[in-house]
Every structure is written in structure tokens, then in C-alpha cells.
Ligand binder design. Structure first.
Ligand code: FMN
Length: 582
């Protein structure tokens, strides 16, 4: 049955009920959401009385065509009788979309209508109900219920003075209102000077030196700060992100200029986020080129962060824009890496120089073997592609040490610095410059020593010793390797400086050995023995893999003679890495 309303040509009430029932069934099958938008004209009866029924009918026909134009293709628009119209919305994703539709209908209705050569203004009261409102109700046909709820919402809108819209669910209404307020506020935020940049330092994983900073946008409207997680999606939806994005890029360029003037080649680079909507804008590269010219910033010191998931659709067009940006000399980073689905082939095709490992993997890296495996895999993937690696969301010393161990280059997170205003960042870099290139306290450290056991140790005794050391080392974040041969020890310890020194003091005090001699110690850029605890390779088995120089040796090559040359000694013990077994 597909009957039409004779006056307006829209679906009539019977067709509407039928269509609504079918839509509800489809929604149940597909797990999607249906909503009903009900439109009543305010004061229509008065117009009818004043201008006569023919004019009233003409007005209804005009309104019907305006409402129909706003329905999406395939959505049913109906006249239920009198001055009541309805749209059945399917596959609804957010209340804000319904609010936007109601808003558009309200505006369309308000446009003047000529009646008897006179301009007449009409307004509408609009009610919105969603099928999820109904599913919690107990009785009745769901279509009828939905209609009743929408009508109740119309009544609320009318009671509030008409010319407005209401959701049946007051919470949805508040949410949609809030979002529309934010959406409106965002369009004016720059003009009103409500946006401000913050900078979160990015540090070298080994030394803790500031090497860069990510620009993070903050918004302070009158009602108080709104988080980027909330306003960025809205700015993307309403297009404000284009203007805001250009402003943010300009701030990044200004920071780069300023820092370059202060610290020259040692200035931190500036990392800045680019949203998916910006990449859809074919004019993006031109706009950025103009800002670069204008500010005189060095594009090589600017890093654009692009999230992995945004490259999912329309990759060809986005690649074109990315290539244009790259041609300007700008560098690029893949943000939140590991959370999307980009294939290796895709990654290799993108003009990126940096991978940022998503914080979700870093969170439990010290506890979860699975996260460790993912991070290790991402880092070796990045290495293979010649990319620099930045870990985000680092909050503890254990995470930092673990990342150092895997050879992660740079680190960003609360463990080092929170986002801060530009002046604070300048002060932090100045302070660091004043300290010179000295390693920061708390950085990665290593120590290599040799000693002689006071009596020969059996394998059992060695195993027991190892058992005691491993618990402490796991807790203190110490890794390393212990060799025992001809009643001599050689051991390397790696970890946070004070932990390494404390542990070494304990080792030195042990009565199991004597003549403990430090061969070399100092700050380390990376861990060599990346597994926790202490490794005790079977030295004779390990020797079998390497060259055998014994025929040329004039005297047995004991650890204490190797120790005479620190470099040889270091090379000797680190050569055990691939042969090591737990
Ligand atoms: C050759 C050697 C290596 C050791 N390595 C470690 C170590 O890596 N971590 C640790 O906490 N303690 C280490 N220790 C110290 C022992 O765990 C333990 O504290 C020490 O042997 C106890 O002292 P005692 O042997 O005099 O009873 C080591 C001791 C020796 C002799």
C-alpha cells in the first residue's frame, strides 16, 4: 500500500504507518536506529481563518515541499493530517544529526511565504523520538508508541513558545543542544581569542634531552575549558577544523621560528596534528605553503602528525595531498600507530619519516608480554623501513627503560613533561642547555666488571646465585649478562643509574668473589641485553658458534686479562647476545 495525500503528494497517514512499521523491522534486523521527526506548524488555524482555506492549502503544499526537500533519499516524508508532517529517519548515528535536521526544518519553514500578495511568516514546533525510547516502554504497537512520544515532544516544544525542537528524551535533548552550542562556539572561537597552543616536550629515550614538542590545542570558551576529545570531532563535522587547522599550523610555524632564533640547529622540532577533514581539502598544501612563506619557518623542523585510521578511505586523494605537503619539505609522522589497519605496503608508500607508537601499547608494556611483543614488533618494523620511533603516553620509569631496551628513539609522556605553555617550554630547554650535554640523572646506565670466585662454583651453585639475582633485577629494572669461566666472573649490568650502582654495591660485597674490578661504566643510549633479569650463557656452547682462536693463544685468555682493554672486554660480553638462553 502506497497511498498519497491528495493535497500535498506526500505519503498519507496509512502509508506512513506502514512505512514506519517496515522501517522499525529493518532496524531490528540490522541493529540500526530509527527516529521520527514530527513537525507541527505554529498557529496554522489562525492563518486559515484569516486568509481562507485555499490560502491555507497553498501554504500546506509549500511546507510539504520544503519538508520533503530536507528528507534524505529513501526516507519517508508524510502528512499525517492537518498541519502535521513527519519524516522517518533510518540508520541514525547521533542525536546531533537529528537536531541538525530539526534545525534545518525549522529554518526552512520560517522562510516567508507569499499568500494573497502578502508575506506570511510561519514557524514550527518539532518533536523528535527515537526507537530506543520505545524499546523500554512496555505496551502497544512500537510505531504508534513512537508517534505518541514524538507528539509529546512537539507539545513540549510548543509549550516552550513554539518555533523550536525537542527530543522526547530530555538527556538526548541536552546532549544535542550542548553539541550545537559547541558547534556554534567553535565557528567563533578564533575570533574570540579562545584558542591557545600548548607544547608537550618529546625527549631522547636515553638521555631525556628535549628534542621536539607536540603542539596540542586548548579551547577555553566562556563556560570553561572543553577538551579536544570533545571539540575536535565537532570541528571536523562542521568544517571549522579547516580554519582552526590553518591557525594551529601557523602557531607551529611561529614556534619553530622563535626556537630556531633561540637555539639554532639544537632547537626542538615542532610536531602538529593534521585532521582527516584537512586532508580532504585540496587547497591544504597551498594554504600551508603560504603560511610557511609568511612566517619563514623551516619546513624540515615541522612534523605533521597523521592518524593511521584516517587513511582508511579515499587513500588516493589523500596521498596526493600528503605528497604535496611532503614536496614543501614538511616531514610527516604516522600517529597512533598500531591501532589502525594500514598494511606494510601502504606504510611504505606513505611519505612518512616517523612512527608514533600508540599509548595503549605503552600503558602495560612493563607488565604484559603481549604489549611488549607488539611494541618490539612495531619498533623493528620502523627500523626496517628506516623510520624514527616515538612512544606516546610514557608515564613510568619502567616503561622508559623497557622502551630504551627496544631501541625506541624518542619518548613523550607525563613521566617527563606534561603539555605546557610556550614560555615554560622555552624555560625547560634553556635549563637543559645550561646543564650541557651531561646525562640527565635517572638516564640509562651500564657497568661492566670482572672478578675471581673464591672457590670453584658448581653449576648448581651458579643456578642458585642466578635465582637470587633475578628477583632483584626484575624489580630494579636491571638487565645484563653474567659469564663464569675458569673461576672468573665477567658481568654487565644495564638499567637506571642509581639502580645499577646500588646493585653493583651489593654484588661487590658478596663473599663469593674477590678482586672485583670495574672495566667500564657510563651512560648508555640503549640496552644491549633487552630481556629482564640476568642471563647466564653456557660459555662453552656459545664459544662453539664463534671463531676459535685458542691455537694462537700463548696463554689462556682469562677474563681478567681481557679486562685490560675495556673495548675488547665490552665487545666480548656483548657478543653473547644472540647465543643467550634464559
Ligand atoms: C658474580 C655475582 C653476580 C651477582 N649478580 C647480581 C645481580 O645481577 N643482581 C643482584 O641483585 N645481585 C647480584 N649478586 C649478589 C647476590 O644476589 C647476593 O646478593 C649475594 O651473592 C649475597 O651475598 P653473599 O654471596 O655474600 O651471601 C651477584 C653476586 C655475585 C657473586
Amino acid at each position: 500500500m502506497n497511498t498519497l495525500d491528495a493535497l500535498t503528494g506526500l505519503a498519507d497517514r496509512a502509508a506512513f504507518r506502514e512505512g514506519l512499521r517496515a522501517a522499525l523491522q529493518r532496524a531490528t534486523r540490522t541493529g540500526t536506529q530509527v527516529a521520527l521527526v514530527l513537525v507541527n506548524l505554529d498557529g496554522f488555524q489562525a492563518i486559515n481563518d484569516l486568509h481562507g482555506q485555499d490560502s491555507g492549502d497553498a501554504l500546506l503544499r509549500e511546507m510539504a515541499s520544503r519538508v520533503l526537500q530536507l528528507a534524505r533519499a529513501g526516507e519517508m516524508a508524510a502528512r499525517l493530517g492537518g498541519d502535521e508532517f513527519a519524516i522517518v529517519c533510518e540508520q541514525v548515528t547521533a542525536p546531533a544529526a537529528l537536531a541538525a535536521l530539526a534545525q534545518r526544518i525549522g529554518l526552512a519553514v520560517q522562510a516567508p511565504v507569499a499568500i494573497d500578495g502578502e508575506k506570511v511568516l510561519v514557524t514550527a514546533s518539532i518533536g523528535i523520538a527515537t526507537a530506543s525510547d520505545v524499546s523500554t516502554a512496555v505496551a502497544g504497537d512500537p510505531g504508534d508508541e513512537l508517534l505518541r512520544f514524538a507528539a509529546a515532544a512537539v507539545q513540549v516544544a510548543r509549550d516552550a513558545g513554539g518555533n523550536g525542537w525537542r527530543f522526547f528524551d530530555p538527556q538526548l535533548h541536552d546532549r544535542a543542544m550542548q553539541r550545537m552550542d559547541l558547534s556554534h562556539g567553535l565557528q567563533l572561537a578564533l575570533e574570540r581569542n579562545e584558542m591557545a597552543p600548548r607544547f608537550q616536550p618529546i625527549v631522547d629515550a636515553g638521555s631525556g634531552r628535549i628534542v621536539g614538542a607536540e603542539l596540542l590545542l586548548r579551547w577555553f570558551p566562556q563556560q570553561g575549558e572543553v577538551s579536544p576529545a570533545e571539540f575536535i570531532p565537532i570541528a571536523e563535522a562542521n568544517g571549522a577544523v579547516i580554519g582552526i587547522g590553518a591557525w594551529v599550523f601557523r602557531q607551529a610555524c611561529l614556534a619553530e621560528r622563535d626556537w630556531h632564533a633561540r637555539w639554532g640547529a639544537k632547537a626542538p622540532y615542532v610536531s602538529v596534528n593534521v585532521s582527516v577533514r584537512q586532508l580532504d581539502d585540496a587547497g591544504l598544501a597551498d594554504s600551508f605553503a603560504a603560511i610557511l612563506r609568511d612566517t619563514g619557518a623551516d619546513p624540515q623542523r615541522l612534523l605533521l602528525e597523521i592518524t593511521e585510521s584516517m587513511l582508511m578511505d579515499d587513500i588516493v586523494a589523500k596521498l596526493r595531498v600528503l605528497d604535496q605537503l611532503s614536496a614543501l619539505g614538511l616531514r610527516m609522522a604516522m600517529d597512533d600507530f598500531g591501532t589502525g589497519y594500514s598494511s606494510l605496503a601502504q606504510l611504505a608508500r606513505l611519505p612518512v619519516q616517523v612512527l608514533k607508537i600508540d599509548r595503549s601499547f605503552i600503558n602495560d608494556i612493563a607488565e604484559s608480554g603481549e604489549s611488549r611483543a607488539v611494541v618490539e614488533a612495531i619498533i623493528s618494523l620502523g627500523r626496517a623501513l628506516g623510520l624514527r620511533l616515538v612512544a606516546e603516553g610514557v608515564e613510568t620509569a619502567a616503561q622508559q627503560l623497557e622502551l630504551c631496551g627496544y631501541g625506541c628513539d624518542y619518548i613523550q609522556g607525563y613521566y617527563f613533561y606534561r603539555p605546557m605553555p610556550a614560555e615554560q617550554l622555552v624555560a625547560a630547554v634553556d635549563k637543559q642547555a645550561a646543564l650541557g650535554e651531561l646525562p640527565q640523572p635517572g638516564g640509562l646506565y651500564f657497568l661492566l666488571y670482572v672478578s675471581e670466585s673464591v672457590a670453584p662454583l658448581s653449576q648448581r651453585q651458579l643456578d642458585q646465585l642466578l635465582l637470587r639475582t633475578r628477583a632483584n633485577n626484575a624489580e630494579a629494572g636491571i638487565t645484563g649478562c653474567l659469564l663464569y669461566e675458569d673461576e672468573h666472573f665477567m658481568q654487565i649490568l644495564e638499567g637506571e643509574r642509581s639502580q645499577v650502582l646500588d646493585t653493583f654495591e651489593r654484588i661487590r660485597a658478596s663473599k663469593l668473589h674477590a678482586r672485583v674490578r670495574v672495566v667500564i661504566e657510563g651512560p648508555a643510549r640503549r640496552r644491549v641485553f633487552t630481556h629482564w633479569s640476568m642471563l647466564l650463557p653456557d660459555s662453552t656452547a656459545a664459544r662453539r658458534h664463534g671463531p676459535d682462536f685458542r691455537a694462537w693463544q700463548t696463554h689462556p685468555m682469562r677474563f681478567d686479562s681481557l679486562a685490560d682493554d675495556a673495548r675488547v672486554c665490552y665487545a666480548f660480553i656483548t657478543a653473547y647476545v644472540p647465543d643467550v638462553k634464559h
